[in-house]
Design a protein around this ligand. Structure first.
Ligand code: HEM
Ligand code: HEM
Length: 190
């Protein structure tokens, strides 16, 4: 039986996909280390968590801009529309949370009055002056903490779905769509 051709994302988006995936995994480890580690460890990890978070925000914005201008591979027409819609939603939520986490983290950070130096001589602007009423801080905290758990869940779901799809179709889907190895892009047969 022949299967539809699986197109590949542009190189810049593939590089950013794997780079950001790696950075997010490290960022989760730092975040949970900050939250559940001993006080001295937590203090040492927090500035790294801040710097990496700002970098993730910048690269996610770049990725979204490139996504708008670069040609995207055709959608897989051999898939039920409901499943296609579900995948688009998960991808959209992954992007949304990859933006919401650094932004809410920044709000908490400014409220903490912590050092916003990114590198020597480069400081992230505060963008607001924290008011006396701390409702905004509490809101940002809820977004950050619950958002982190939701993002973690969605990342696992996303990775498992990609692996499951490759396994059931036996068409090297992940490498064809997001990989760098040379693969024949013609029709694949099972
Ligand atoms: C932190 C981890 C990850 C994040 C945040 C993430 C995020 C994303 C996003 C947002 C997209 C949609 C790209 C777009 O259309 O603009 C995507 C696509 C994709 N990801 Fe991931 N990903 C992660 C890890 C993984 C892993 C571990 C795998 C493989 C097991 C994987 C395989 C894929 C594949 C194959 C696609 C293309 C899906 C398609 O076009 O139908 N991703 N990823
Ligand atoms: C995509 C980027 C980010 C991810 C995935 C992330 C993830 C996490 C995680 C998993 C935690 C522990 C949550 C828990 O209590 O269970 C955490 C805590 C924290 N993060 Fe982030 N974070 C990100 C960006 C940032 C940024 C940019 C900042 C600062 C500017 C920041 C500041 C903080 C702070 C201050 C805490 C401790 C919150 C508390 O008081 O409990 N985060 N983060």
């Amino acid at each position: 039986m022949t299967q539809p051709v699986v197109g590949r994302y542009p190189c810049a988006l593939r590089v950013l996909h794997w780079l950001l995936a790696l950075m997010l995994v490290v960022q989760f480890a730092l975040g949970f280390g900050v939250e559940y580690g001993a006080q001295r460890l937590s203090e040492a990890l927090l500035p790294l968590h801040f710097k990496l978070g700002v970098l993730i925000l910048g690269l996610t914005v770049l990725r979204l801009c490139l996504r708008l201008v670069l040609p995207m591979p055709a959608v897989d027409t051999g898939e039920p529309p409901g499943l296609r819609r579900a995948r688009s939603w998960v991808h959209g939520l992954l992007y949304l949370l990859a933006l919401a986490l650094p932004i809410s983290g920044h709000v908490i950070w400014v409220w903490m009055g912590a050092d916003r130096t990114l590198f020597v001589g480069l400081e992230v602007p505060a963008l607001f002056v924290p008011p006396d009423d701390e409702t905004g801080r509490a809101l940002a905290w809820y977004v950050h903490v619950y958002g982190a758990w939701i993002l973690l869940g969605l990342v696992c779901l996303h990775a498992l779905a990609a692996i499951f799809r490759q396994w059931t179709r036996g068409d090297d889907f992940i490498a064809r769509r997001m990989g760098f190895r040379k693969v024949a892009q013609g029709e694949s047969s099972t």
